[in-house]
Write a protein that binds this ligand. Structure first.
Ligand code: FAD
Length: 334
């Protein structure tokens, strides 16, 4: 892999979500461009699939890649990480990227460590930012000690590998006039084959990370029934229901609703925090919402420090009033 402080080649591992490119890939391409604009070099991307064509590769170029390695082969029809890892390791040995970036998704979290181990290099997981220092070395920033500090990590081995959380970076606008090189590659099945896929998991119905409006509830709901009230408000607003961690731990609501450090990071236009105190771990996941409305009976709750609108009161009195008002304005009978 390349030596010295200055990076020249960044490889973004693209992830497909059905037929579409996962937005975290586009965010990583945006960050890749930012880095090469700072120190020079090129942004490459690699995409694996059994039905992936040049149009998909061109899309990666339009979002910032200079070169795309395209693996289109039936060997990728099952989601067998070993197959992806084998081909990615081989590509890294041939192309010698200085930095390899993956989304901190199930795909990236499963693939990244296998590739790092095979390449005998380090991997920093769950980064929330990447910066270059004055020597042109990559600083990987990730929360540590439950999000109370932000660790700045440098990797001494090459390639520097990071998985990066979804929604912490910004994708560039698509530039349909952008040109780049598409390199078609032959895939290989790994020589070992001890994994047999017996079926796929049922995809999650809720995609809270992409929701525009979220009505979240916390321990202050007092019981699982409280979520029914939140569901009513959320459906009137065209949003989804979120949660802090305690209701999830208590089995009131499924984990996929959890917002925060050990849940999802969200960036909705509107976020309601109902009966949520505003712990650092919860704020970690929602502080970048465009507008935050907090409903809490305790005027000193920390959530009010980040809220754009704060309502001090019992949520069981406040939310029914909001619902009544929305229905009245829309001419819906109560
Ligand atoms: C490693 C680790 C990871 C974590 N990850 C997460 C995470 O991803 N997400 C997360 O949320 N937490 C996470 N936590 C937990 C976190 O530290 C807090 O414990 C949690 O966020 C508190 O949840 P809460 O605000 O719902 O409950 P509380 O802190 O108990 O707050 C309840 C609030 O409800 C208010 N209230 C009570 N009754 C009413 C009422 N009737 N009307 C209005 N307000 C009322 C109270 O005034 C209070 O402010 C994590 C912790 C650890 C150690």
């Amino acid at each position: 892999m390349g030596d010295g402080g200055s990076f020249r080649k960044i490889l973004v591992v693209a992830e497909l979500k059905g037929d579409a490119i996962h937005p975290v890939t586009l965010e990583l391409l945006g960050k890749g461009r930012e880095i090469v604009e700072h120190i020079g070099g090129e942004v490459c991307s690699v995409v694996f699939g059994c039905n992936v064509n040049k149009t998909k590769a061109s899309e990666l170029i339009e979002y910032g890649a200079d070169k795309v390695f395209l693996f289109n082969d039936p060997v990728f029809s099952g989601l067998n990480t070993m197959v992806y890892a084998h081909n990615l390791v081989k590509l890294c040995k041939e192309e010698k990227p200085d930095i390899v970036l993956l989304g901190a998704t199930c795909f990236g979290r499963s693939l990244g460590p296998r590739v790092a181990a095979a390449l005998k290099t380090g991997l920093t997981a769950d980064c929330i930012d990447l910066r270059m220092d004055e020597k042109g070395e990559l600083i990987q920033i990730r929360p540590a000690f439950v999000g109370n500090i932000l660790a700045h990590i440098k990797t001494r081995t090459k390639p520097v590998m990071s998985t990066v959380r979804y929604k912490v970076m910004r994708a560039r606008d698509r530039d349909k006039g952008r040109s780049g090189l598409i390199v078609e590659k032959n895939a290989e099945a790994p020589p070992y084959g001890s994994i047999r896929l017996v079926g796929g998991a049922i995809p999650k119905k809720l995609n809270i990370a992409d929701a525009e409006i979220i009505v979240s509830g916390g321990r202050g709901l007092g019981s699982p029934e409280g979520f029914r009230l939140l569901e009513e408000l959320a459906s009137l607003l065209g949003g989804v229901v979120g949660s802090s961690r305690p209701p999830v731990d208590d089995g009131w609501i499924r984990k996929e609703h959890q917002v925060g450090y050990s849940g999802s990071i969200v960036k909705p236009r509107l976020y309601f925090a109902c009966g949520i105190s505003g712990s650092p771990q919860h704020l970690f996941g929602m502080k970048d919402a465009e507008t935050i409305v907090a409903i809490n009976s305790d005027p000193s709750a920390p959530i009010f420090r980040v809220a754009d609108y704060g309502i001090v009161g019992d949520l069981y009195q406040v939310i029914p009033l909001l619902i009544k008002e929305i229905k009245a304005r829309r001419g819906i009978k109560c």
